[in-house]
Design a protein around this ligand. Structure first.
Ligand SMILES: NC(=O)C1=CN([C@@H]2O[C@H](COP(=O)(O)OP(=O)(O)OC[C@H]3O[C@@H](n4cnc5c(N)ncnc54)[C@H](OP(=O)(O)O)[C@@H]3O)[C@@H](O)[C@H]2O)C=CC1
Ligand SMILES: O=C(CO)COP(=O)(O)O
Length: 334
């Protein structure tokens, strides 16, 4: 029996890794990216030489340059950066509406509006399309190499979450399900801002104590805003919350952490991003979280200092001093 076709839309490192995972699971997968020349090169090389060099595409994975060819699929998985999310959903709206379901692996908020991605999806696709989000501690290269990984798939209805989790689940990938899409989306967005903070701390030459404090108090900020926006507290203690937070705050594979490291070492954001040459979601997210936190009167001192470093030219050292100079208070986890 031939397994159904899945379109993975977005051929960066994470889209490619998920496409490889799905193909290894025995699905027929079409990986689409918006640069025809890059997609043709990928098809010819049998690997994504730009983002995941050295990892050969398994049988069943086809790189395509034509969106229509990709969309002739039974399932759609969107894995573009958040800045391209609405635009890509608009391009695939008719097919998503016809299928009645869609999933994404994008982490972040819509730039300028600060909307969660399921809100963007509802605006573009309507309320009838069931939406699932995939999130967790999942560095693309490790997933593509087949290293054991766990993540969560959330959707408002558990059947949709289970459907997409079932596609992803395999010998090396454990997919849990959840109905807390808000919690998953906020965890995946806020951890990127906190990874920048951890990177700044390490870039300044601080130690393990500082990093552990940032992770712990950062988790409190994530839970505070997450609960204020309707997420469930326990979600932030799971893979898409503390799991992804620890991953990206502690390992240099994280682009967000590397941006922070560079800032802490005295480089500018532009210099750091030019060197990383991949999407660094936390930089835009820091501004949206700053706005949302203020609008909901949620105290988020670490995220606030990251915002000030990125958008107000505050020196990283001064940001740390501002955190340490805050009024003493009892340790609360809410
Ligand atoms: N990498 C990882 O380990 C993980 C990433 N994620 C999330 O997945 C999302 C994608 O990240 P990732 O793949 O790593 O990013 P990359 O920087 O590796 O790749 C981004 C890809 O998106 C493409 N792109 C940019 N604009 C558009 C557009 N308008 N239409 C279609 N494609 C576009 C880029 O093309 P071009 O190069 O031509 O600009 C590039 O191929 C992010 O939200 C990230 O946070 C989630 C979990 C793990
Ligand atoms: O989200 C990720 C891993 O779960 C990737 O993190 P970075 O975008 O910081 O590299």
């Amino acid at each position: 029996m031939t397994s159904p076709a899945i379109a993975v839309l977005g051929a960066g490192s994470w889209g490619t890794a998920l496409a490889i995972l799905l193909a290894r699971n025995g699905h027929r997968v079409r990986l689409w990216g918006h640069e025809p020349v890059a997609m043709q090169a990928m098809a010819a090389a049998g690997e994504n030489t730009e983002f995941l060099p050295g990892i050969a595409f398994p049988p069943g994975l086809e790189a395509v340059a034509e969106l229509d060819a990709a969309l002739a699929a039974d399932d759609l998985l969107v894995v573009v950066p958040s800045h391209a999310f609405r635009e890509v959903l608009e391009q695939i709206r008719d097919r998503a509406v016809a299928l009645g379901r869609i999933a994404w692996g994008t982490k972040g908020l819509e730039m300028a509006s600060g909307k969660l991605l399921h809100q963007v999806a509802a605006e573009v696709l309507g309320e009838q399309v069931a939406c699932a989000v995939v999130s967790g501690p999942t560095f693309a290269r490790e997933v593509a190499r087949g290293l054991p990984t766990a993540a969560t798939v959330a959707a408002a209805d558990s059947a949709t979450a289970e459907h997409f989790a079932g596609l992803l689940r395999g010998e090396t990938f454990r997919a849990y399900t959840s109905t807390d899409s808000i919690g998953l989306e906020l965890g995946g967005a806020i951890k990127n801002v906190l990874a920048i903070a951890a990177g700044i701390s390490d870039g300044l030459g601080f130690g393990a104590n500082s990093r552990a404090a940032l992770i712990t108090r950062g988790l409190v900020e994530m839970m505070r805003l997450g609960e204020a926006l309707g997420g469930q507290r326990e979600t932030f203690m799971g893979l898409s919350g503390i799991g992804d937070l620890v991953l990206t705050c502690t390992d240099d594979q994280s682009r967000n952490r590397r941006l922070g490291l560079a800032l802490g070492a005295g480089r500018t954001r532009a210099e750091a991003e030019a060197e990383i040459r991949q999407v660094v979601e936390g930089a835009d997210t820091a501004r949206e979280i700053h706005n949302i936190g203020r609008a909901h009167a949620v105290e988020m001192p670490i995220c606030e200092q990251v915002y000030r470093v990125l958008y107000e030219g505050l020196a990283p050292q001064a940001a740390v001093q501002a955190l340490l100079a805050r009024d003493p208070k009892p340790e609360r986890l809410g």
